[in-house]
Design a protein around this ligand. Sequence first.
Ligand SMILES: Nc1nc2c(c(=O)[nH]1)N[C@H]1C(S)=C(S)[C@@H](COP(=O)(O)OP(=O)(O)OC[C@H]3O[C@@H](n4cnc5c(=O)[nH]c(N)nc54)[C@H](O)[C@@H]3O)O[C@H]1N2
Ligand SMILES: Nc1nc2c(c(=O)[nH]1)N[C@H]1C(S)=C(S)[C@@H](COP(=O)(O)OP(=O)(O)OC[C@H]3O[C@@H](n4cnc5c(=O)[nH]c(N)nc54)[C@H](O)[C@@H]3O)O[C@H]1N2
Ligand SMILES: [Mo]
Length: 694
Amino acid sequence: MHDPESSSTQQVRGACPHDCPDTCSLLTTVQNGIALKVQGNPAHPHTDGVLCAKVSRYTERTYHPERLLQPLKRTGPKGSGQFAPVSWDDALTDIAARLQSIAARNPEAILPYSYAGTMGLVQGESIAARFFHKLGASLLDRTICASAGGEGLLQTLGGKVGMKVEFFAESKLILIWGSNSIGSNLHFWRYVQQAKRNGARLVCIDPRKTETAEKCHEHIALRPGTDAALALALMHQLITHDWLDHAYLADHTLGWPEMRERALQWPPERAAAICGVPVEQILSLARDYGQCFLEGQPAAIRLNYGMQRTRGGGNATRAVVSLPALIGAWRHRAGGVLMSSSGLFPVQRAALQRPDLLAGRLPRTINMSTIGDALLDPSAAPIEALLVYNSNPVAVAPESGKVVQGFAREDLFTVVLEHFQTDTADYADYILPATTQLEHWDVHSGYGHTDALLNRPAITPVGQSKPNTQIFRELAARMGYDESCFRDSDEVLCRTAYGEHVDFQLLLAQGFATITLPDAPFAQGQFPTPSGKCEFYSARLAAQGLDALPDYLANYEAAGTSADYPLAMISPPARNFLNSSFVNVTSLRDIEGEPLLEINADDARARGISNGAVVRVFNQRGVYRCKAKVSPRARHGVVNGLGIWWRKLGLDGSNVNQLTSQKLTDLGRAPTFYDCWVEVSLDIPAETPETQIA
Ligand SMILES: Nc1nc2c(c(=O)[nH]1)N[C@H]1C(S)=C(S)[C@@H](COP(=O)(O)OP(=O)(O)OC[C@H]3O[C@@H](n4cnc5c(=O)[nH]c(N)nc54)[C@H](O)[C@@H]3O)O[C@H]1N2
Ligand SMILES: Nc1nc2c(c(=O)[nH]1)N[C@H]1C(S)=C(S)[C@@H](COP(=O)(O)OP(=O)(O)OC[C@H]3O[C@@H](n4cnc5c(=O)[nH]c(N)nc54)[C@H](O)[C@@H]3O)O[C@H]1N2
Ligand SMILES: [Mo]
C-alpha cells in the first residue's frame, strides 16, 4: 500500500484513535505526501464505509493552522499562554534535568496525567508507562470515564464483557439506557435501525430528549441518578408476574433469594416517585421485557455511561446488568447487555507497560478525577511535576476552579504533549508537539465491538512533531535509562500489544482482526466471576464492608433537595465534539455554535429566561455564563449544559466543569459529573453610570 512507485496517490489503512465505542477502520487518501481525505473503510463490517462528521474532518484537524509545530517554552506568567519556540534538544535536556533533580529527593513528586486523547495501546501507555515505572513516579488512577460502571460490571458479570454488537440487529426489544447513540455510538445505531426494520421495539432511558430518544418508540425521561430505582422496580414486576426464567436463575446466578427480597421492596409506585416518571411507563416497560421471555424473543440492553456519573453509578450499573439473567436473555445471541467489550481483548499489558521496572517500589496512587484537590492538598507530599499527554484536564476534570488553581501554582513544573494549545497547555512550562493518528503507528481494541485494528502512518510527521513514544524514548535516553525496552520501535510495540493472540499478519494485510468468541457467551453461565455465575450477591463487595446487592443511592446533589440550587444539571457531550477534542476545528464549532444550556420552557418562564438569553448558571462552586436554549430536550427540573467546550472559547473563560464537583461514585472512585445541582438566572449586564444617573 505504501509503494510510491505504483502511483503518487495511495490509500493507507488506519484506525480512528478517539474515545468512542465505534473504533472505525479508516482509509486515508495520500497524494505526494499530503493526506487529502479520510474515509470509513467499506471492507470493515462495523465501519461499513461510514464515518461521523468529526472524523471525516480529520485532515482539517491534522493540518489545522494552529497545530503545534515545534517545542515551546513558557515566557510569561503561568497560564498566560505566552511561549517562545525552543529546540527539541534544549527542551528535552532541561526537562530531564528538572525531573532528575525532583526524583533525587522524591520520585513520587512527579505525576503522569493521561487519558484517552488517543485510545491507541502504543501512543497511550507503552514507552510512557515504562518511563514512569522506571522513574518510580506516582501512579495515576485512570477513573475519569468508565470506572464506576467498570466496577459494577466486574462485580456482577465478572468484567467488561457482554453481547456482540452486531447481534443487536436481531433483537426484538432494545433498551438504550443512558446513551445518545446517534451522537456517540453511531455504528451501533445502524444495527438498531436494522432491528427496527425487522420489527424491534426501541426504548430510550435518558433524562434528556436526545436525537436518539426522539427516534425510539418510547422515551423514559427519568431524573438523573435514579436508574437503579427503575431497574429494581422492573425486577419487582418480573417477580410479581412470574416472568422469570427459573432454570437460568437456579443454574447461572448467585444470590437470587436475596436479590428477590431486595427487589420486592421496589413497587413501581415507589420508583416512579423517585424517577419522576409516570408509573404506567414502568409497568409497560416491564411488560415489554417480560413479554420477550414469554415469547422466547431476544431482549437486549445497550447500557452506556450516562448513569455512571452520579453517586450511585456503580450500583445502578449492577442493577441494570442483572436484568438479563432474570428472563434468561443471555440464552439468545441477540439478548443480554453490552456496556463495554474491552475486557474481551487479549492485551498484553505487562509486556507493553513493564510494571517490573518499578523494581519492588509501590508508589502512591493519585486519582485523576480529583486532580484539583490533589494539586492543592497541603497535607500530602506536594506534586512538583506533572507530565500531561492525551488529555486536557483543565477543561475536562471536575471543579475546574480548583484544577486551574492547582495548575497555576508557580512551583509546579508542567510539561504538556499536545496537538494544540489547549486550556491545559496554557499552563505548561514546556509544550511538546505530538503527532496525530495520520502520522504514527498504533493498535486499537474496540470497546463497542470485538475487533482489533492496526493504524499505519499515512504521512510523515507535520512540523517537528513526534509520536508520544518517541518523546518518551528521547527523555528516557537523557535520563540515562539504558534498558533495551526503551528502544523498542513502534512497530515492535504494535506486535507486543496482543503478542501471539491476534494474527499480526492479518492486521498488516487488512487493518483489522476479529477476536474469536462464542456468539452467546453466557448462554451456559460461564461468567468470568469468582463463582462463574451472574453475581447479584457479590461476596467481594461484602468483604469490603459494602452492600453485596445492588441498591438505589440518591444523588449527592439531587434535584429539588436544595432550596438554593433547585435544578439538576447534566453535561453530556455535544455531538460534534469528542470530549474537548475538535472544539477548535472551525467547521465543527460552527455547527455547535456556542456553549449552551438547554432549559425546559416551564423552568425558563419561572426565571424570566427567554430563548437565546445570556444566563448565569451557578452553585456553591462557582458561576458559569452561557446562552440559554429553551428546549423540550430538557425535562422539568433538569438543565443540560452541553460539553466539553474549551474554557478559553466560553463567555468568561470557563465551561460546565466550573460547576461540577469532585465527589466520587459509590464504586470505582469515579467522578460525578451528572450529580450537580445549580440555579439559573438571567444575566443582568452591569449597570452603566448613565443608567445609574437616570
Ligand atoms: N460525539 C461524541 N461521541 C462520543 C463522545 C463525545 O464527547 N462526543 N465521548 C466519548 C466518550 S469519552 C464516552 S465515555 C462515550 C460515552 O458514551 P455514552 O454514555 O453513550 O455518552 P452519551 O451519548 O453522552 O450518553 C450519555 C447519555 O446519558 C444521559 N444521562 C445523563 N445522566 C443520566 C442518568 O442519570 N441516567 C440515564 N439513564 N441517562 C443519563 C445523557 O443525557 C446522555 O444522553 O461516548 C464517546 N463518544
Ligand atoms: N462535565 C463533563 N466533563 C466530562 C465528561 C462529561 O460528560 N461531562 N466526560 C468525561 C469523559 S467520559 C472523559 S473520557 C474525559 C475525557 O477527557 P480527555 O481524555 O482529556 O479527552 P479530551 O478532552 O478529548 O482531550 C484529549 C487531548 O489529547 C490530545 N491528543 C490526542 N491524541 C494525542 C496524541 O497522540 N498525543 C498527545 N500527546 N496528545 C493527543 C488531544 O489533542 C486532546 O486535547 O472527560 C470527562 N469530562
Ligand atoms: Mo469517556
